[in-house]
Design a protein around this ligand. Structure first.
Ligand code: SF4
Length: 147
């Protein structure tokens, strides 16, 4: 089973109320067992919502509000639900396909907290949980090495 960012398959859970529909991810999802996650909405944040970025050990939105608790709770809840879905199906989690640059779903490179579209090294909060469990994460910018 694969874990996939819901916004990549057209769910309007992105901060601006839209999505990040990605053709190859949508086609992949049609033919592979998967569970969709959106850690930010699962943490109780609405869509639309102010964009947020990681600043040090906190997550701050563009209005200056600390949303670390919502991001952390959402990441944990999405992680728990995805693992439960795989277990219920009797499947292993084979990997995750997640949205690049996001403070939740981004891997290796994320926005730097200045709201200036500047990237820095780091992982989103959900990806940190994936990496802690040695789950392979790719973003929609890559392709999966899979038959
Ligand atoms: S938290 Fe992840 S799944 Fe949800 S909108 Fe942001 S990038 Fe997409």
């Amino acid at each position: 089973m694969y874990i996939i960012s819901a916004c990549l398959v057209g769910e309007n859970c992105k901060y601006n109320g839209g999505n990040n529909s990605c053709r190859w991810v949508e086609e992949f999802a049609e033919t592979h067992s998967h569970v969709l996650v959106c850690p930010e909405t699962e943490g109780g944040l609405a869509a639309p919502r102010p964009p947020a970025e990681i600043v040090g050990d906190k997550v701050i939105n563009s209005e200056g509000k600390d949303v670390t608790a919502e991001f952390s709770a959402g990441a944990a809840a999405s992680y728990k639900r995805a693992m439960a879905a795989a277990a219920a199906a009797g499947e292993q989690v084979e990997g995750a396909i997640l949205k690049a640059k996001s403070p939740s779903c981004g891997r290796d490179r994320i926005y730097d907290g200045t709201f200036s579209k500047t990237l820095t090294d780091g992982d989103g909060l959900f990806v940190r949980l994936m990496k802690n469990d040695n789950i392979k994460v790719i973003t929609e910018k890559e392709t999966i090495d899979n038959d």
